[in-house]
Ligand binder design. Structure first.
Ligand code: SAM
Ligand code: CA
Length: 236
């Protein structure tokens, strides 16, 4: 069961699993829509279940989507589709999500639930690495400055490249959210105490966080929800 705190505790960055469980049980799960619960539970048995967007981060993303009345969005990194379904359930019926991931098999796990929820028509799933898709979108001037929102939850090595391209695609005032920007808390740990498997991601994330914090084209807020998310609003 994904609701079991023993399974979700490693996602939260709060000081105890009990505190994270409290937050989820009190404020997140009571408002989580049924299809999202279903998708979370289906994903819980996947060997890479921890890749799914944390429900508390998802709740914040849904609020942002509503606050800016997002209609046209991009998602980089779909996996089984938790954040994608969340976006599709939140934007209006004529909204559109360009969802990019080279792994269609993972997307297919969540697709029946997305279909059942009646929101598949809002999704244009593109089975590809994200960079060539973003480049293709940028070739057409008509796509520039037209997107309201983007969510990036994919290969950390490319976050800075995504950032440059997304800033051209986003409207002024549009928002891009980056996931995993605290990388399991390792960004603040001495290098020698970081597990080998986490090191590359940690180094990229530290570099990304530094550059994004110095980027005057955006307003940012880094929030310790899930594994850390950084919200960036395009200013100019
Ligand atoms: N947001 C998803 C969710 O809510 O379940 C989780 C995404 S998971 C952490 C990362 C995903 O990024 C994987 O499905 C992986 O296939 C995808 N990915 C890896 N490299 C990519 C790339 N170059 N372009 C787009 N997606 C990529
Ligand atoms: Ca993630």
């Amino acid at each position: 069961m994904a609701d079991n705190p023993k399974n979700i505790s490693s996602k939260g960055l709060l000081k105890s699993p009990e505190l994270y469980e409290y937050l989820l049980e009190t404020s997140v799960y009571p408002h989580e829509q049924q299809p999202l619960k279903e998708l979370r539970n289906v994903t819980a048995s996947h060997p890479h279940a921890l890749m799914a967007t944390a429900p508390d981060a998802g709740q914040l993303i849904a609020m942002l989507l509503k606050l800016i009345n997002a209609k046209k969005t991009i998602e980089i990194g779909v996996f089984t589709g938790y954040s994608l379904l969340l976006t599709a359930l939140t934007i209006p019926d004529d909204g559109r999500i360009t969802a990019i991931d080279p792994n269609r098999a993972s997307y297919n796990i969540g697709l029946p639930i997305i279909k059942k929820a009646g929101v598949e028509h809002k999704i244009n799933f593109i089975e590809s690495e994200a960079l060539p898709v973003l480049d293709k979108l940028l070739e057409d001037d008509l796509n520039h400055e037209t997107y309201d929102f983007a969510f990036v939850d994919a290969d950390k090595l490319n976050y800075l490249k995504y950032h440059e391209k997304l800033l051209k695609l986003l409207k002024i005032g549009g928002i891009v959210v980056y996931d995993n920007t605290l990388w399991g808390g390792t960004v603040a740990m001495p290098e020698e105490s970081v597990a080998e498997a986490m090191k590359v991601g940690r180094d990229c994330t530290i570099e990304f966080n530094k550059l994004i914090a110095a980027d005057t084209r955006i307003q940012i807020s880094q929030v310790p929800a899930g594994d850390g998310i950084t919200i960036c609003k395009r200013l100019c």
